[in-house]
Design a protein around this ligand. Sequence first.
Ligand SMILES: C[S@@+](CC[C@H](N)C(=O)[O-])C[C@H]1O[C@@H](n2cnc3c(N)ncnc32)[C@H](O)[C@@H]1O
Length: 257
Amino acid sequence: MRAWQPSALFRHIEALQGGQPWGAVLDAGTGTNSIRWVTSIETGRWVAVSGAVAHAAQVRDVAEPVRRAQDRIIVGNWADPQLLAGERFDTVLADYLIGAVEGFAPYFQERMFARLHGMTAGRLYLVGLEPYVAGDPGTEPGRIVWEIGRYRDACLLLSGERPYREFPMEWVLERLEASGWRVIDAKRFPIRYGARFVNSQIDMSLRRLEAMPDRVLAAALRTQGEGIRDRALTAVARLDGLRHGFDYTIAAEPLSR
Ligand SMILES: C[S@@+](CC[C@H](N)C(=O)[O-])C[C@H]1O[C@@H](n2cnc3c(N)ncnc32)[C@H](O)[C@@H]1O
């Protein structure tokens, strides 16, 4: 029995793997959650890649107690052709990576599929989030989640940062197939957002306001953020969470070229 219990998404990935060895594993967009999973399965070795030094440090803290000599944490950018050049992995995990690429290598999202193709000897498991900062979703919980996302992204943009940009599962499937992958499985997982999501998104946005030169605008945005928080937390309690949108997993194998 593992001390750490994987999410339904990781359990689905494990079922798809069906007992085949994981071998050498690449966690191509690492974070504390994916590294917990990678270190909980039986790998020959693993490499975890992040575009951010701070992110890699958090991953190191989590992985250090179980990291073996052959396991590596690397800070680099997938847009750099030298990153892990010539290395191949039996299993590649892209866990919420595509949505985050906008923050590190904007416009590189499509090329990520070709980039990972050359490195995958066995299987790619991709985890993504169906975009929710799009059109009016037309439901009460959906509108609250949409409002939180728009507010967060506005704060990030006003403070000079690039928000994440998620992509629909259908888009990813199309781009994978166009980039030489055979899709084996695709599955959506409905999301129920809770108070932790609401508070983390609003708190992260408020931190961005601290350095904003226009203090009048910052104060107005703070008031707006706290108003969204109050309404969202009330709705979370009344509706037992905000049921809106999907995470998804995709399993694919490279076709030989
Ligand atoms: C949203 S986080 C991934 C979440 C993570 N798997 C977890 O456990 O929660 C995205 C990760 O992908 C990395 N990333 C995004 N674009 C990248 C790029 N172009 N090159 C390298 N790493 C990148 C980020 O630095 C970060 O480590």
